[in-house]
Structure formats: structure tokens, C-alpha cells
Design a protein around this ligand. Structure first.
Ligand code: CS2
Length: 463
């Protein structure tokens, strides 16, 4: 037996599930990038908001590349189980919020029609940092954007809305990018201005681009996880997702045409997301990336193993408390000491098997907002950041290929440029090619020559 609408009555009573009538609901959200993270986060909030009495917010998921999620979820009527797991046990809930999954390369017209549908009020995104197609100067890389990105699909969908006299929609980015709302707005308007100026004006006037801070640790689902899910729910589920009990979502409350009542189910709707987003990117994600590069070097595979390694644990605590936290402009009542303690406990969760190699991917896209923003804020104040410097050195060795036996070949959209930093074979070339004038990551952090010399030494010193 496999999870689907027809098999719902056969679920064991202990499995939590949605209670609303999906057939009576319209689709209000088109979500781009329907991977495990979305299914454990925004779809879960939306599912419970529908259970609390909301209507017409079903989600059409869009996969930008592979048909994998569609082949898992569509035969199950979009249903899947979300398993929350920690050292004490596991609990499952069957989520009903996803109606169907489209595969953009196979059915671009259906994706455009979904954006243009009168009932659609939100388009949301978890497409990973690189899929926003940002150029080094922060503008849109038009060539990348022309190649199977979200932009041509959104442009056609929004143009159709404008032509039909429909309302604007909210474009809601849920990726780990600082200031993600204004960033998406700038990039999308850049695409539209170049290709359809009238729709650019219309979108600038009628669409909204709120920023969000999203947080839930969701490892990629492994085959053993699906077996565990089947044992819990008493039937096969090819779309099951495993996550931690913790979840946080801070959303700027600025929507063009309404939103589900996410606040009723635990999301925080605020006027300014920046303090939460800074704390999360610099403390959680900053610690994660440090654990990834330093942890792989020290022979670990998973986050919970790396955080139990005493020198690494001390380094991560220092990074969070003494380097990242003081760089955050806090909101009233925001307690970063307590936040660091919660993060530590989450990293220790032994039931997640969160792979360091997964976090180590796409460093060039992640490190600016995770480490370089912290380094720059501290530099301006004259404070050193030895923990982040050690992590940066580990990343440089990772680029050189030191962790290949564990992490495989360098997975990064800038892999070619990064690897060529090591062409001359010296740490000096690599460090200056990264952070010197015209370096691959120049501009985010403005280190002195002495600081760069220290980084060179640290790379050479090794783990
Ligand atoms: C991780 C994040 O893979 C990574 O780079 O740091 O996916 C992290 O698990 C999430 O942002 C947690 O909310």
C-alpha cells in the first residue's frame, strides 16, 4: 500500500494528519523549488493554517530541473509524511497542502499558467542561493538568468496577469540570502526591464517582495529514512521528509493579495526581518559551514559528530558568541546568548544524520552572508575573528581538494574559478585570488594585508 488520497483512511490512528477538504480548496500558492526543505517548512505551516480554518491556499510545487519530486508526489496526490525526529523518538504527520508538482523543463506552459491563474496570490521560492543568478556586483547575471531560471517563467506569468487585468502577487523568497525580498525584487525587475518594461512597471507597482528568515534543519532524505517512514505510517511513502522538531519562520508582513494565517500556527509576522535573518545566517549557517569544512578535515561525516569534537565545539561556540553575535543589530528582546544555546542543542541532535558534505556545497554562494559579513562588521570595530579565520582556511583547503575522499569533487557553481586559485600551487595565490582586488569574493570583506598574511599562514598550517 502507498500513501495517497484513497489510502488515507488506512493510516494508523497515531499518525497525525490534515483534516480539511482538499477538493474544496483553490490553489493560492505556486512554489518554485519543492525540495525537502519546503515540504518540511512552508508547506507544513500552510498545512496547519488550512487545518485552522484557512481556505484556498493549496500549493502547486514546481521543480526547476529534475522530475524526481514529481514522480514521488504526483502518484500520491501530492501527499507525504513529515517525520520530526530527535534523540527521544519520532512522530509523523501527513501533509495535505501540496496539490501537485510540475516540472518546469517538461511543462513550462503549465508553470506560467499557474502563476497567471486568478486564484494564485503568492509565488514563493526555495531554489538555493545560486539559482537567483546574482552577478559579482549584486546585479542580475542576464546570461545565467536566460538559461532555465525562474525569471522567464515569472515574466510570462506576470505579463499574463497584467494583460488579464488581474491583481499583483507576492513574491516570497525563502532562501538563506541576506535581505532576500529586496534582492529578489531587484533581480526580477532587472530581468523584466530588459525584456518587458511594461510588465516591469506593473510588477513594481502591484507586486510585493517581503523578506523572510526561514529555519529548519532538513537533511536530504536517504533510502533508510523512507524505510523508517513506512514503518511509522504503515504504508510506503516515496515523498517522506525527515526533520528536527524545531522550526522558525520570521516573515515581513507585506503581502499584495493576502496570505494564509501562518501567525496562527507559529510563524512570526514582523515589520523588519533583518535582525533575525542576520542572527540566523551568521550564527546558525555560519557555524554550519565552519563545522562542514573543519569537520570534514577532522574525519567527521555528520554535524552531530563534528559538534561533539571538543576543539571544534569550542571554535563554533566562539564563532557564534564572540564573533557573529556582536555583529548583529538586535531587535528589542532578541537574546542571542539563548539563541546560541538552542543552536548547540539542535546541532547535537543525533537522529538527523545531517551530512557535512551537503552543507559544504556551494561555498562561494553561502560564505559572503555567513562569514564575510561578520568579518567585515568586526573589522570595522577593530575586532579579530580567529574562529572564522580558521574556518576560511579550511574552506581554502577544501577548494584545493583536501576533503575529496569524503566530499567528492568540489560542488560549487564557481568551481572552475575557485579551483584555478590553486593553479600556482601556493596558499598566497589562493588567498589573494579570493580576497585581493578583483578576487573571486572581493568587495564583501576588506581585510588588511596583515590579515591576509595571517590567513595564508593558517591555510599552510593545515588542520
Ligand atoms: C545548511 C542549511 O546546507 C546548508 O548550507 O546550513 O541548509 C541549514 O540547515 C538551514 O538553513 C537551517 O535552517
Amino acid at each position: 500500500m502507498r500513501l495517497a488520497a484513497a489510502s488515507l483512511p488506512r493510516l494508523p490512528a497515531a499518525v497525525d494528519r490534515f483534516g480539511y477538504d482538499r477538493a474544496a480548496m483553490a490553489t493560492g500558492i505556486v512554489h518554485f523549488g519543492i525540495g525537502a526543505f519546503h515540504r518540511a517548512h512552508m508547506a507544513w505551516y500552510t498545512d496547519r493554517a488550512l487545518d485552522a480554518g484557512g481556505r484556498d491556499w493549496l500549493i502547486t510545487g514546481v521543480s526547476m530541473r529534475s522530475a524526481d519530486v514529481a514522480t514521488r508526489l504526483n502518484p500520491q496526490d501530492g501527499l507525504y509524511s513529515l517525520i520530526e525526529r530527535d534523540g527521544r523518538g519520532a512522530g509523523a504527520r501527513v501533509i495535505g497542502a501540496v496539490g501537485r508538482v510540475l516540472v518546469a523543463p517538461q511543462a513550462p506552459a503549465a508553470v506560467i499558467a499557474a502563476v497567471a491563474a486568478p486564484a494564485t496570490r503568492i509565488a514563493s521560492f526555495t531554489i538555493t542561493e545560486k539559482a537567483y543568478c546574482r552577478a559579482a556586483d549584486g546585479g542580475l547575471n542576464q546570461a545565467q538568468a536566460a538559461d532555465a531560471s525562474i525569471y522567464p517563467l515569472l515574466a510570462a506569468g506576470l505579463a499574463a496577469r497584467r494583460a488579464a487585468g488581474l491583481s499583483g502577487i507576492t513574491l516570497l523568497p525563502c532562501d538563506n540570502i541576506a535581505n532576500n525580498g529586496p534582492v529578489l525584487r531587484r533581480l526580477l525587475l532587472a530581468w523584466l526591464s530588459a525584456h518587458d518594461p511594461a510588465t516591469a512597471d506593473w510588477a513594481a507597482q502591484h507586486c510585493r517582495f517581503p523578506s523572510t528568515m526561514v529555519d529548519r534543519i532538513v537533511p536530504a532524505t536517504a533510502p533508510a529514512d523512507l524505510d523508517m517512514a513506512a514503518a511509522l505510517i504503515g504504508m510506503a511513502d516515496a515523498g517522506a521528509v525527515i526533520t528536527e522538531p524545531f522550526s522558525q519562520w520570521v516573515v515581513e508582513d507585506d503581502f499584495a493579495a493576502g496570505r494564509p494565517d501562518w501567525a496562527a500556527v507559529g510563524a512570526e509576522l514582523v515589520a523588519d526581518v533583518a535582525p533575525y535573518e542576520q542572527a540566523k545566517l551568521r550564527m546558525l549557517n555560519g557555524a554550519h559551514s565552519a563545522l562542514a569544512y573543519l569537520g570534514l578535515e577532522r574525519g567527521h561525516d555528520h554535524v552531530h559528530e563534528a559538534i561533539a569534537d571538543p576543539p571544534l565545539r569550542a571554535l563554533v561556540l566562539r564563532l557564534m558568541r564572540e564573533e557573529a553575535a556582536p555583529s548583529v543589530a538586535c531587535a528589542p528582546g532578541q537574546d542571542l546568548e539563548a539563541y546560541a544555546a538552542t543552536l548547540l542543542a539542535r546541532f547535537e541532535n543525533p537522529a538527523l544524520a545531517h551530512r557535512l558534505a551537503q552543507i559544504a556545497m556551494d561555498g562561494s554562494q553561502k560564505i559572503p552572508q555567513r562569514w564575510l559579513a561578520t568579518l567585515e562588521a568586526n573589522r570595522v570595530k577593530g575586532r579579530d575573528c580567529p574562529a572564522i579565520m580558521a574556518a576560511l582556511a579550511a574552506w581554502l583547503r577544501h577548494i584545493r581538494g583536501d576533503n575529496q575522499h569524503k566530499a567528492g569533487p568540489l560542488a560549487d557553481p564557481a568551481a572552475t574559478a575557485l579551483q584555478s586559485l590553486w593553479d600556482g600551487g601556493t596558499a598566497d595565490d589562493a588567498v589573494h585570488g579570493l580576497f585581493g582586488a578583483n578576487g573571486v569574493l572581493a568587495g564583501h570583506w576588506l581585510p588588511s594585508p596583515a590579515t591576509l598574511a595571517m590567513l595564508v599562514q593558517s591555510v599552510q598550517a593545515g588542520p
